[in-house]
Design a protein around this ligand. Structure first.
Ligand code: ADP
Ligand code: MG
Length: 411
């Protein structure tokens, strides 16, 4: 059996820097699944396109011809004009300052014709892969048809590598498959922190649901020195410790799991911190004035909407002494200014330049951007589900399928 991929600093998969791409046609899987304005269809956040530029520029500069591809939205295997990648191609043209040819299909006559005439240093974009049922079904014939367009496959869609789809895993059976810079950077940062953290290693989890992050809590308890749990998910844990949590978020069917995790932390000697106090109000409403109460004694008609000041100070003092911090999930309803303080204080504490600081999760990344701190942490992941599965310690199909670095031991 092949050894499990090592994601850390000695990342053992081949990347574009190990591969001669000059004069080659490259099938480049990107994650251009970006938000579009519901009314106008315009691109509302081009962060994922910008994140793909280093790989694209490198390949073009090296004299490769780039056939970029992606999914967008959930068209469900049928051609749906509202999910066309045309707007992405136009934005990419602007960002690159170079025309991006957009084909009308992904595996039809138009893409074959454009790909065949594509010259070194030129780029084209295939139409939405999910217009074809074969993409999500990982149909080998669909993968074979995609692969037939190119000589080498470059995987750079970090946000999608947890899915064994045709353009992510299937094509690796037909083409030499290597990592792009974005994928490599994500794996090195997150994998490095998980496998080889600069101690002490602090994990901070928050957000609304315990059930979203069951595997993450479990896996991080095996690795972290301290686990901080804040946000809505903390109240299931507080109730599991017999706290009165009022009408705060609680997953009653996860109480036993929470108890198991509290026991596991104790067994492993991992410090597990819950917010000692909370900001509470009758409902999540920015016009109400919240109270500060002990998190184990929340009045019946009140719900916790942010960690309290004592909890925030305690979390900040733990973070200050950290070597590595991984953070996933806001400490409160940060979208409302009155309940954003806990999340902001944690985020600011992470920006200490001595800390290797990694932010994962769509809402946590949005919070970091909202606070203007994006450039002051070590790494903000572009993945959502992929980041969570990575933090759970699961094998990622879009990474496992890439070529190993020469000399990697088979066991
Ligand atoms: P991420 O996308 O970073 O993984 P999640 O999706 O798990 O984060 O959680 C983000 C959501 O959790 C935010 O919309 C935030 O408002 C919500 N949240 C945080 N704390 C609470 C709370 N105490 N009560 C209700 N919702 C909360
Ligand atoms: Mg989220």
């Amino acid at each position: 059996m092949p050894a499990r991929t090592n994601y850390g600093i000695d990342f053992d998969k081949q990347s574009i820097s190990d591969t001669d791409v000059r004069g080659k046609k490259i099938l480049l899987r990107c994650d251009f699944n970006i938000p579009l304005d519901r009314d106008t269809g315009a691109v509302t956040d081009d962060g994922r396109i910008i994140a793909a530029l280093p790989t694209i520029r490198y390949l073009l500069d090296q004299g490769a011809a780039v056939i970029a591809c992606s999914h967008l939205g959930r068209p469900g295997g049928v051609l749906s004009p509202e999910f066309s990648l045309k707007v992405v191609g136009e934005r990419l043209t602007e960002l690159l300052g170079k025309p991006v040819k957009i084909s009308r299909d992904a595996i039809g006559e138009d893409s074959r014709r454009l790909a065949a005439s594509l010259q070194p240093g030129e780029i084209m974009l295939l139409e939405n892969l999910r217009f074809y049922p074969g993409e999500e079904l990982n149909d080998p014939e669909f993968a074979r048809a995609l692969a037939a367009l190119a000589d080498v496959f470059v995987e750079d869609a970090f946000g999608s590598v947890h899915r064994a789809h045709a353009s992510i895993e299937g094509v690796s059976h037909f083409l030499p498959a290597v990592a792009g810079f974005l994928l490599e950077q994500e794996l090195r940062h997150i994998g490095g922190a998980l496998e080889n953290p600069k101690p002490p290693f602090i994990a901070i989890l928050g957000g609304s649901k315990v059930s979203d992050k069951i595997g993450v809590i479990d896996n991080l308890l095996d690795k972290a020195d301290t686990l901080i749990i804040g946000g809505g998910m903390a109240y299931t844990f507080l109730k599991a410790r017999d706290g009165s949590i009022g009408s705060s978020l609680c997953e009653n069917d996860r109480l036993q799991y929470a108890r198991d995790m509290l026991v596991k932390a104790q067994r492993l000697g991992v410090r597990l911190l819950l917010p000692v106090d909370s900001l509470v109000a009758q409902r999540p409403d920015n016009s109400l004035n919240p109270d500060v109460v002990n998190s184990y004694n929340i009045p019946d008609d009140m719900m916790a909407l942010d960690i309290g000041p004592k909890a925030a100070n305690e979390f900040v003092s733990v973070i200050k002494d950290a070597g590595t911090v991984i953070w996933n999930g806001p400490m409160g309803i940060f979208e409302l200014p009155k309940y954003s303080n806990g999340t902001r204080m944690v985020a600011i504490a992470m920006t200490d330049p001595h800390i290797v600081s990694i932010v994962g999760g769509g809402d946590s990344a949005a919070a970091i951007r909202q606070f203007g701190l994006e450039g002051r942490v070590t790494h903000v992941s572009t993945g959502g589900g992929a980041t969570l599965e990575f933090l759970e310690g699961r094998e990622l199909p879009g990474v496992a399928c890439l070529l190993d670095k020469p000399g990697r031991a088979e066991v």
